[in-house]
Design a binder for this molecule. Structure first.
Ligand code: NA7
Length: 538
């Protein structure tokens, strides 16, 4: 499509949900495209995060592509909430069905993405030293894909086996007969701990912050259930697009909350609160309409949650340590299978790092201020440099030699989470400033891919070669995104990755767009309809 010859019209980086669909769309539209993928297979997040117990918190029927009816009718989900192997198998199925593999270069890390300003073309360089040029670059690099290695003294001195949940060995790992430490109790820790505990000789769980986790409502799909769901796909897909979080079955919590009449916890009596947890179990702690708006209400809900934990976990000290000390809703709520029950096993010990801080890792294990733990294996479930990490690590350089990581030194700045000033023709799928991680990722990915594909088609038809946001449009959008950053989301006690607070030195900025999927979709639609308002096309 370009006046100036480049190797490809578009280079796409990443072959997860977004990269695969983007490649398909580009090919369908007749653009030449090449995909770089660091993993040896497709899947992105679902390729790397293959730790035991890894499971999606959105139902399979909605955590899947809607763009091709043949695919959604042919693929058979087996469980309500899909486990990692099933999501990875699904993406391989999609890849083969659409014959996408031939345009993907696997096991290839992109190390530099540089703008040639006079020609407005991009040069993408890989770790192997290969270089290609393209008119457009689309970062389909994911929101939770830049692994964090914690800075713990002596980390590299450990002589046992170190495993990372976010790049778990492909062949799996048998913990039988092993003394194991797990560091981290976010989703990855909480989901893997029960599975590891069932195998290991001894398991020490090193917890810095306790987790809000609810039992997953996963189960095998019943005979006939999938067929019924498949028949309702048109309805389900349309509901998804119009729902706040891009899913009508957002885990156990939303489904439950929408089914009970809500009252305020602040006005409830002790008897009413106790009845709520007796009758509704874990969800009874959070079925109140005021807990996301009043800190006092939120603390009362945490009190109910503590009561429930104490009913499951036999040891009172362990039960008390498992109660979070930050507001419910400030971090992503986890879904688990038998998490709290696991702490009643004789081979499992919770190490509360708030009471006894982790000081170092040694050749034989770990030391806290008061104890030493000799172990054979350390599992690091320590999270990601979320939302901006993968982009920052690719050395993206735009106009005037401006590096994206410098442009974002005080927090990410985007227009609609799709593009950035000074980085023309570079798109981000589910970039910061879009609903992304606050929504069903697949719903949001499809919307971004469709929008970008329409935009590129429009440019080709109208004879435009360059698109870049106007600074004032970007500033306005950044300001709009920031208007949602208040209350529990930014409470000082909240060190969420939404805020970048889990990464030392990262600016504390609430990164995703919290105005909901329908409002966001409408804004994107309006922008496109108005001839890409807020963008300069040349
Ligand atoms: P998370 O949710 O960021 O969890 C990481 C965990 O690791 C969290 O409990 C951290 O404690 C802990 N951590 C990190 N560094 C350390 C050190 N140095 N010492 C002790 N503990 C540490 O990552 P996940 O992979 O579990 O989940 C990420 C998302 O993936 C999840 O939200 C889902 O959307 C899917 P902290 O809370 O910082 O005190």
């Amino acid at each position: 499509m370009t006046a100036l010859q480049t190797d490809y019209d578009v280079v796409v980086i990443g072959a997860g949900f977004s990269g695969l669909y983007m490649l398909h769309k580009l090919r369908e539209l007749g653009f030449s495209a090449h995909v770089y993928e660091m993993g040896s297979g497709v899947g992105g997040t679902w390729y790397w995060n293959r730790y035991p117990g890894a499971r999606c918190d959105v139902e399979s029927i909605e955590y899947s592509f809607s763009f091709c009816d043949e695919i959604q009718q042919e693929w058979n989900w087996t469980e309500v909430m899909p486990a990692q192997p099933e999501v990875e198998a699904y993406l391989n199925f999609v890849c083969d069905k659409l014959d996408l593999r031939k345009n993907i270069e696997f096991s290839t890390k992109v190390v530099s993405v540089r703008l040639d300003e006079p020609s407005t073309t991009w040069t993408v360089e890989t770790e192997r030293g290969d270089r290609v040029t393209s008119r457009f670059v689309i970062a389909a690099t994911g929101c939770l894909s830049a692994p964090l290695e914690p800075s713990i003294e002596g980390l590299r001195s450990f002589e046992g086996i170190s495993l990372y949940t976010n790049r778990f060995p492909k062949e799996g790992f048998d913990f039988t007969g092993k003394r194991v430490a797990v560091i981290g109790t976010g989703s990855s820790g909480v989901q893997s701990i029960p599975v590891i505990a069932a195998q290991a000789d001894e398991l020490y769980v090193f917890q810095r912050s306790a987790a809000y986790t609810l039992p997953s409502n996963t189960r095998p799909l019943k005979p006939g259930e999938l067929e019924e769901l498949k028949a309702s796909y048109p309805e389900i897909r349309s509901q998804q697009k119009n729902s706040f979080a891009g899913t009508v079955r957002f885990g156990a919590l939303a489904a439950f909350l929408s089914s009970v009449p809500m009252t305020t916890i602040l006005e409830s009596t002790h008897e009413e609160r106790m009845r709520a947890i007796e009758e509704r179990g874990w969800l009874g702690a959070f079925m109140w309409s005021d807990i996301l708006f009043s800190m006092e209400a939120n603390q009362m809900a945490t009190g109910l949650y503590a009561e429930l934990i104490a009913r499951v976990v036999n040891d009172p000290d362990t039960a008390a340590s498992l109660v979070p000390q930050y507001p419910f809703g400030c971090k992503r709520v986890i879904i688990d299978v038998d998490y709290f029950e696991t702490f009643n096993r004789d081979n499992v010990t919770l190490v509360d790092l708030k009471k006894d801080a982790l000081t170092k890792i040694t050749p034989s294990g770990l030391c806290t201020e008061n104890r030493t733990f000799d172990v054979d294996v350390i599992v690091f479930a320590t999270g990601f440099d979320a939302m901006t990490g993968a982009l920052a690590r690719m050395n993206i350089t735009g106009r005037g030699e401006r590096r994206l990581s410098d442009a974002w030194s005080e927090g990410p700045r985007t227009y609609l989470g799709l593009q950035m000033v000074d980085f023309p023709n570079l798109f981000t799928i589910t970039g910061p400033g879009s609903p992304s991680v606050l929504s069903n990722m697949v719903t949001s990915i499809e919307q971004h891919v469709d929008w970008i594909a329409d935009c590129l088609s429009h440019m080709r038809e109208a004879g435009y070669e360059v698109i870049e946001p106007m600074p004032e449009a970007q500033e306005e959008w950044v300001g709009h995104v920031a208007t949602f950053a208040f209350g529990i989301r930014t409470d000082p006690s909240c060190a969420s990755w939404y805020l970048g607070a889990n990464v030392p030195g990262k600016p504390r900025v609430y990164m995703p767009y919290s105005g909901g999927v329908p409002t966001y979709r409408e804004k994107c639609r309006e922008v496109a309809e108005a001839g890409y308002a807020g963008f300069v096309l040349t």
